[in-house]
Design a binder for this molecule. Sequence first.
Ligand code: AFD
Ligand code: MN
Ligand code: MN
Length: 417
Amino acid sequence: MSNNLDEIRIKGLEYLKSDFGDEAVEKSIEYTEKFIVEVPGWQVWEGFGGGGRFEGGGTGGAARNTEEIAEDVGLIHKLTNSTPTVGLHILWFLSKDGAAGDFEVALRVKEEFEKNNLKIGSVSPTYFVGDSEDGSFTSQNILVRKNYIEQTLFGAKVAAELSDGLLTLWFPDGTNYPGQRELKDKIGLLRDSIIEVWEKVPEDQKGKLKRILVEYKVFEPGTYSTTIPDWATARELSRLFGEKGGVLVDLGHHHHSTNIEQIVANMIAFDIRGGFHFNTRYAADDDHSVQADYMMAKIFHELLRGDVIYNAEPSKNWVFALDQMARAEQRIPSILKSVDALKRSIAKAVLVDMSELSELQKAKDIIGSNVEFERALLNTDTSPIVMEAYRRQGLHPVPLIAYAESGYQQKIEKKRA
Ligand code: AFD
Ligand code: MN
Ligand code: MN
């Protein structure tokens, strides 16, 4: 199997060089090598149903606690050198009683991650756990709102003091029936609660926070109305956090027909701090492993052309995380596949010959520009580039194979049965 991989890689690189030139291929390998993505702690964790909506524990072996999450993501990082941080939900992973955050727990989790060459990544208050059926920041009960505001302040402290300053807010607020709540009140309470949070974050923590990203979702869990249904609402709310506020684009959170690339281009044009939750859009939700389809390559085209990846000015760079969760499949392979898909996609975007493409665009050669665009982003298999990027780091060129050969899955299924 392995010498066949070498042959595919070597001959594949030769083919790509003849198609795109040595320089473009070399640059593509470098960009692919450098691309990193955050892993959501919940993707390897047994505790959350989520994606695919099917219950059942798959073949088993899911992590039961943050120590095992750290071991699993630590292995993924060892195999890919691409996943140095883990996204955490406060009530799932940083709490003693499941109702409030606990800084002692956060300190312990930080150590568990450091033992596995990992760091805490984004910190997410868990607005959908607890008493939020009438809303979290939009509840009519001021005590419920206060509780979630407190949790958000805890999240700001952890993000500022124990992590890299990234707070990501996903509000499940919405309604299931017309008339259930006044829609204007819902968004008004959400806005007022965010204002209260930002007023209460201590100045020193504000200084250490780098991004507070507000996520949106076209619907769900509210089936009639979702209080933050689009990036415009998320953007308006994010302004309340000042220059550090931004918008989190979760790929799965859109209607099927939505042109994601246009959203990305517009956010970049308006200099909005951004981030992605990568997954697959089979349904208007997330939760499935990423696939390296044409859309993903086009998204990376916009991100690269918008200079929001590898920008020398760190505040310009978007942050990237997986957000997928399913019980049925084996967790670690589903993440390795996502990392692979993202690397394939950025590799394609780097191969686009922008000088040739812009000539064709200027000449208004519509079909010519479409063909040139598709040459790299639709028609090219960048496996050889991804394999070469891993090989140069002394890694197995196909982490999924390395994982299968490692016996780790059998080990955790036995140990965690
Ligand atoms: C759910 C939400 C949203 C959020 C994630 C983790 O839809 O995507 O980012 O949980 O909080 O998938
Ligand atoms: Mn998400
Ligand atoms: Mn989601």
